[in-house]
Design a protein around this ligand. Structure first.
Ligand code: GRG
Ligand code: ZN
Length: 313
């Protein structure tokens, strides 16, 4: 069986970071903050975070902060809750959360909570359980959950629960593995997992494994490496990860590697990208693949980074 081409993936991630005019970087211009989070978290899981100049990254992150306290995807763009979480996560990787004015960032996020407990992504008002997770994860990392109405936030998420045990993006929305990660993650971070029917949801999630060993995001859909993150992290949070065949999933992920040039794709023989490289490596980390740092399924950060924040060194 193929092994994880760790060194090749490190080279691939660093080269994407450097080639500012590459196709991948041009299409990702506006969401660069998110791409930097995926890339650097993967490097850290591979034990190679020191291959990047942290000073340079931190300075660029701070240039992306808006006067509202939120962060944009790149310098000169508008702030959004997603890029704000990515900025906080990257600073956490570098142990540099102290450069932040916690109140300012937390007030930006708290300002996006709506009367029904839901969260908007930015001033334009789109509502989605993705943003509930992001708000809760970010505020938790900043020790500022008291800035929002957690009870209402939890009730909104529970209102997005479906009869199949899964969750959608708004009440009545179809269950989707990405949305399930967000809702289960937010419930885990607020100590509210009792709202989840673990057996029912665990059954739905483990049925995502198809013949090839890969996982899909909804019934009848194709498998995709990214669901190794969305599905697996959810199964771990509800203690049902033993309901899938781990060996077959490891094989599926390893089969999606570009062994020559590095990087991981969504499914075998497709083109690699930075997102699926993260999802593949993070998935293998959740599967306890040897040589990788462990990743926290709720914070989506290496476990040592989370421990540093909550229990100190
Ligand atoms: C820090 C890990 C972390 C996440 C931040 C952005 C976010 C919070 C969560 C996104 C959750 C989500 C909705 C993921 C799903 C993304 C995805 C693969 C969507 C594709 O959906 P379809 O319907 O594809 O186009 P399928 O696979 O169903 O054919
Ligand atoms: Zn995908």
């Amino acid at each position: 069986m193929a092994e994880l081409a760790a060194d090749k993936h490190v080279k691939y991630i660093i080269s994407v970071e450097k080639r500012k005019d590459s196709f991948e970087n041009v299409v990702m211009e506006h969401l660069r903050m998110n791409g930097v989070y995926w890339g650097l978290t993967t490097l850290d899981l591979l034990g190679k975070l020191d291959a990047v100049d942290s000073q340079e990254v931190i300075q660029w992150i701070m240039e992306c902060q808006h006067e509202s306290g939120g962060f944009a995807g790149n310098v000169g763009h508008d702030p959004h809750i997603l890029y704000t979480l990515s900025a906080v996560q990257v600073l956490a990787l570098f142990d540099k959360l102290n450069v932040l004015d916690f109140d300012k960032v937390a007030n930006y996020i708290a300002g996006l909570q709506n009367d029904d407990g839901s969260f908007s992504g930015d001033v334009w008002g789109e509502v989605d359980t993705r943003f509930s997770y992001i708000a809760i994860c970010c505020l938790s990392l900043l020790h500022c959950l008291d800035k929002i109405n957690v009870e209402k936030a939890v009730n909104y998420i529970v209102s997005c629960k479906n009869v199949d045990g899964g969750f959608g993006c708004t009440p009545g929305g179809e269950s989707h593995a990405g949305q399930i990660f967000c809702c289960v993650g937010a419930l885990a971070l607020t100590g509210s997992l009792h709202h989840v029917d673990k057996d029912l949801l665990g059954w739905w999630l483990c049925e995502r494994q198809v013949k090839s060993g890969g996982l899909n995001g909804r019934p009848e859909k194709l498998p995709d490496v990214c669901y190794s993150w969305w599905v697996l992290s959810s199964l771990i949070m509800i203690d049902r990860v033993h309901w899938i065949n781990k060996d077959k999933l490891v094989k599926f992920i390893l089969n999606c590697q570009d062994i020559e040039n590095g990087g991981i794709s969504d499914r075998p023989d497709d083109a690699v990208d930075i997102f699926h490289t993260y999802f593949g490596v993070a998935g293998l980390s959740l599967l306890e693949y040897q040589g990788l740092k462990a990743i926290d399924p709720a914070y989506a950060l290496p476990v040592d980074v989370v421990n540093r924040i909550f229990i100190g060194r």
